[in-house]
Design a protein around this ligand. Sequence first.
Ligand SMILES: Nc1ncnc2c1ncn2[C@@H]1O[C@H](COP(=O)(O)OP(=O)(O)OP(=O)(O)O)[C@@H](O)[C@H]1O
Length: 536
Amino acid sequence: MNRPTLRSLVTNHDTANALRPALPKLTAGALCSSLSGLAMLAALWCLIQLLDDLSSSWVLSAVLFWILGATFSASASWLAHDGEAAFSARLRRKVANHLVRLPATTLAQQSDQSLRSLVSSDIEKLHHMVAHLPSEITNFVVLPITSILLLVNMVGLSALWVLLPGIFASLYYLIIVPRINARDGEARMKVMGEVISAVDDYARGIRVNRIYGRQSGALAAYDDSTQRFTSSMVMWVGKVATLAGMAVALLQAVATFAIAYLVAYDTSTTTLAATLFFSLAIVTPALRLGHGLDYVSTGRAALGRIITLLQQPTLPTGTITRQQDTPTLALNNAHIAIDGAQLLNELNYTFQPSALHAITGPSGIGKTTVLRTLAGLERLQAGQVLLAQTDITQLSELTRYQSVLLIPQGGDVLSATVAENLHLIAPEASTAQLTTALLSAQLNVDLDAQAKTLSGGERQRLSIARAFLSSASVILLDEPTSALDAEKTTRLITELERLAREQEKTIVMVTHDKTLASNAATQLKLTRPTTTEDRL
Ligand SMILES: Nc1ncnc2c1ncn2[C@@H]1O[C@H](COP(=O)(O)OP(=O)(O)OP(=O)(O)O)[C@@H](O)[C@H]1O
């Protein structure tokens, strides 16, 4: 989507739902922030009165107003941050829930980095927009209006001249600085992205090989990116920060003082001091708001990514919770497409319980996609996946996960012990049951071993061991024997067949191994453009 406006935060259904419960606190926070600013103005007023009347009551009043201002400021900060934290938590849950419900192919299109950003840094980037911007906008309106009213009341309309330098400085902060920031900021973000990719590549390269030298490869890319990042920061400080500092420290204060003296030189010392200080008071809220606009621009980009994600359709789901113990699994006139491109048409096939079935076909034909479709993890263009004659999309999510176990290729394991990895699927399983499952999967390792230290083939078999612990009636395996030698392959297949027979499970595996496929109870051969059944 195009970069959203600030309004998208309240007009988009998902973000508005996350924001709504936080609105009372955020509003109270903005109110307290303005009250704090007003109390500080009152303290300033009391101090100015000291010039004419050196009485302790003015000092006491100033201190009281300061304390009041500080109390309001602390309350504003607490309310705004508490409201924002609740909003972030709700939105983070929404994003995480959405991500796990995306079709497998859609999810595969997100890089690890973008997944990480979507559930963490992108939501953090909304912090300023939600927690600080409401107070900054309120203060930008309330404090200058109060200051101007006080000035006009004391000196008359001629006092408005005093505001000119402040108005110029404010416009500089609100228009010119954000524009320079936006132009340079985009380049800085690009370089920052390059630094992150270079670090990721380098970290990955450490494991894969050690050929990276200082002159080439990921390390060189990292050096180059960090150098460009540093030089772009130095350039930015030179262009923006120095100019801004000069504008405030020198030009605006000096010019304001000169004009204040011109319009109020014949008034009392108190009025002259008030004219000077209150004219300066309008700049701080503009400075804060201007500085905040930088964060708003980053926040809007993050908001765009979050809204785009939340607009992607999730897997359909239903409410049926009961399932037969030994259901048949069937593809009924299934049409499968990826990104709108037709992959498989009119797929009809039935997998009976108590047997091991095979799916075969040339590389890229769609075997893995069919397996994910059978698990209910892909959206069908037309047709159905039927589990015990019930459309899988009518099942509740929990029932679907409890009924069908998909073991993908590659053996992805968690960074935990072997036992902890297995306990994820069977929390109550005894040590003996875990060991039996491992042996059935042809893996003989210590239950306390770290799963990440296992070889690729061992990790794959650790994943397969879950099949022997799962209570799911349908088990789908993607190339379970791809990393096994002939002997282990035969034994694993025997174990899977026994599991299917003894526990009346429907087991379906994708395989390239022709002998294995021909020994399976049935074989679904995927061909282009039509599909044929070859029942043995
Ligand atoms: N996330 C995705 N985005 C876009 N295209 C995809 C995605 N996943 C798979 N595809 C495409 O869909 C087609 C089928 O992929 P799939 O992995 O199902 O094939 P396969 O038969 O299992 O292949 P192999 O035997 O090589 O593992 C391929 O052309 C692949 O490029």
